[in-house]
Design a protein around this ligand. Structure first.
Ligand code: FES
Length: 103
């Protein structure tokens, strides 16, 4: 499915990721420097923090406790904050848009 990543500097990246791949996988394949995924996708670094556009935020898989508490610890947490490494592509997320949060 298609994903659009918008960086805080305004740069827009688009890619297609297979179902089951994470949004972090897509960001890494694009080399998005503001989403380095420092912990490798284990929900313990929050360098993949992103804000999911309203249209898709309700369709995401539920948060694990680890993801919830990691986001709680972020000063810049917003209502639609998620960790990109914990979001898996599926059919109804095709076309989704996320803003990459500053770390
Ligand atoms: Fe570390 Fe997502 S890559 S929390």
């Amino acid at each position: 499915g298609q994903v659009t990543y918008i960086e805080n500097c305004g740069t827009v990246h688009e890619t297609d990721i297979a179902n089951g791949q994470s949004l972090l996988d897509g960001a890494l394949s694009l080399g998005i420097s503001s989403m380095p995924g420092a912990c490798g996708g284990d929900a313990v670094c929050a360098t993949c923090h992103c804000i999911v556009d309203d249209e898709w935020s309700d369709k995401l898989n539920d948060m694990s406790e680890d993801e919830f508490f990691m986001l709680q610890s972020m000063d810049n947490q917003q209502a639609n904050s998620r960790l990109a490494c914990q979001i898996r592509m599926k059919d109804n997320l095709d076309g989704m848009i996320v803003v990459v949060a500053d770390n």
